[in-house]
Design a protein. Structure first.
Length: 166
């Protein structure tokens, strides 16, 4: 299951245009990369873990936030490198006093230095208007934002088959 991730796209449509929460990957490889490098919070399920449960867990591990139900199934996309991402959406807001809390990872840095350094898994989390999110997010994940828009407006194929789990 290593080529399958589960993620959660938190959205806010209560006070105006649709906004979604995206995260920026941490570590030295993504330091100066912006457009096309953000993502919904996602990660790998542990063996025998339900995908939706993995999405909810990964959301909390990458943001420090608890994702409120209900959860709307947005389906699956395949990224350029072959990784599949199955996503759900949930309504929510970033607290005014939000401080990003996420897991860290260690890697040899700089290369061939012999030194291990610790980096945050995610270095930023922000709400973006849907139109702006489509520029920031990984190109393969744009369709997840579009599916959410269709679901919310009642114009997309997910309206009849959307799961309202929680």
């Amino acid at each position: 299951m290593t080529n399958l991730s589960a993620g959660l796209l938190m959205f806010d449509d209560a006070e105006g245009p649709l906004a979604v929460l995206l995260v920026h990957p941490g570590g030295p490889f993504f330091r100066n990369k912006d457009d096309g490098f953000w993502s919904l919070p996602k990660g790998l399920p542990v063996p025998d873990e339900d995908l939706q449960a993995a999405a909810i867990r990964e959301f909390q591990e990458e943001t420090g936030l608890v994702a409120p139900p209900p959860y709307f199934d947005l389906g699956e996309v395949r990224q350029k490198g072959g990784k599949r991402v199955h996503a759900w959406a949930c309504r929510g807001k970033l607290p005014q006093d939000f401080v990003l809390q996420c897991n860290t990872f260690e890697m040899l840095w700089p290369p061939r230095s012999g030194r291990m350094q610790t980096f945050p898994e995610v270095d930023q989390a922000k709400m973006f208007l849907a139109t702006h999110a489509k520029v920031k997010i990984n190109a393969a994940q744009v369709v997840l934002v579009e599916r959410l828009e269709a679901l919310l407006t009642g114009s997309g194929p997910l309206t009849a088959g959307a799961k309202h789990d929680g």
